[in-house]
Design a protein. Structure first.
Length: 414
């Protein structure tokens, strides 16, 4: 049923693209036909979404009792000890992300991959939080799909007006909307973690929780990196905030020129006002930056009173996030070690992308199936370590035009 829904959405996107091409070519008849076909599919798609929602609501499995949870954990622990793979369903992965079902929640802000119901207490992990951008983006379940084309509006049509006398007998100029599509394709993520083999001495339930925690942490860290930078290919399968493009190769982000090595009082203000249209300010946008740049912002002082220009308040519950205050406006921020520092940058022959400002909900993160985990004892046997191997298919892209602004140091000579 879901596959049919994805097919319908892709067909609608194809009709919209054909309508756009017809408009560009001045073929009004084809434009009208394609727009009519796309419009006629809206109700069918809505009905299909409602049906799937009802089916999943009634088909949702009942919550396991504590005894059943222990039994499941013991069974999985035994499977891992026998060197076989354990499969975690999409729902379990979403639950680990903090989302029960994608239809019931669009963000990951309600939970964390690194907080299983029970965690091992005899082996301590290093303090190394993952960038919270993964908690802030939109999430969709594309299990069984080979990808999706998300249609979006690049520019809207404009209305015209005039006096009756002026408009009478004159031709009306046409202004047409421009549609584009953003592609989200599956991309394989392999996670590898190592734990002391003494973890096997834990109870089966704690053993399973620790293995799951380590694998989910590694997955979470890698996916957060992909959300920022994409997969690094010349022709990406997974797009990041800094590499997002539509199917025509057009960037889905805006660029704000910045000066290498300079973070001053105007840097934040320029980003803040560069985002969005002429009739909006800030919206639900936030700042994403390197810790060195946050420090540089905090060190800025006035000329006369020498007081700090910005107040930085970290989130008590999550030190990876916080707010920057300056008089009348408040900007939420999220730290990422994967972003390049503007303060420490040096202009080169290539442009340098640094801080980002935008709405994270404009980025869609897709899950394409189950998360498989298995344990290997041979690879690091000499070091008395177990190797945790995990595999999952994810994808992502921006689906709203110019939903992020990137402070970019121009290439020298360019």
């Amino acid at each position: 049923m879901k596959r049919k829904l994805y097919d319908l959405k892709n067909q609608r996107a194809a009709h919209l693209k054909a309508a756009q091409d017809a408009l560009t070519a001045g073929n009004q008849e084809t434009y009208t036909s394609e727009m009519s076909a796309a419009t006629n599919m809206n109700q069918e798609i809505q009905d299909m979404e409602n049906l799937i929602s009802e089916q999943e609501r009634f088909a949702a499995p009942a919550a396991q009792t504590p005894a059943q949870q222990n039994e499941t954990a013991e069974s999985r622990a035994e499977t891992l000890r026998n060197h076989s793979a354990v499969m975690f369903s999409t729902d379990e992965v979403l639950a680990a992300f903090g989302v029960r079902r994608p239809e019931n929640s669009t963000t990951l802000a309600t939970g964390s991959l690194v907080e299983p119901t029970r965690a091992g207490t005899l082996i301590r992990d290093r303090l190394s939080p993952v960038s919270s951008v993964i908690d802030q983006v939109s999430v969709i379940d594309l299990t069984g799909s080979a990808g999706i084309l998300e249609p979006y509006v690049k520019s809207e049509q404009a209305a015209q007006a005039g006096t009756i006398a002026a408009m009478a007998g004159t031709g009306r100029s046409a202004t047409d909307p421009v549609f584009r599509r953003a592609k989200i394709s599956p991309y394989e993520v392999n996670v590898t973690s190592y734990v002391d083999r003494n973890i096997s001495n834990l109870s089966p339930v704690s053993y399973m929780a620790k293995i799951q925690s380590m694998a989910m942490q590694a997955l979470r860290r890698k996916v957060a990196s992909l959300i920022y930078s994409g997969d690094g290919q010349d022709t990406p399968d997974m797009f990041g905030l800094k590499t997002a493009k539509n199917t025509d190769g057009e960037a889905l982000f805006a660029i704000l020129s910045a000066t290498a090595g300079t973070v001053d009082a105007d840097t934040l203000m320029n980003l803040y006002f560069a985002y969005g249209g002429d009739d909006e300010l800030g919206g639900s946008a936030g700042l994403y930056l390197n810790k060195a740049d946050l420090k540089a912002i905090g060190e800025l002082r006035g000329t006369n009173e020498k007081r700090r220009l910005f107040d930085i308040t970290p989130n008590d519950g999550n030190p990876n996030t916080g707010v920057i205050k300056d008089g009348g406006y408040i900007i939420p921020y999220t730290l990422s070690s994967g972003l390049t520092s503007l303060k420490n940058s040096v202009a080169t022959t290539s442009a340098i992308q640094t801080m980002l400002f935008g709405n994270p909900l404009a980025y869609e993160l897709a899950l394409f199936g189950n998360f498989s985990i298995r344990v290997d004892e041979s690879y690091k046997a000499g070091e008395r370590l177990l190797t945790i191997l995990g595999d999952v298919m994810v994808g992502g892209n921006l689906v709203v035009d110019k939903s992020f602004v990137i402070a970019t140091v121009p290439a020298t000579g360019g």
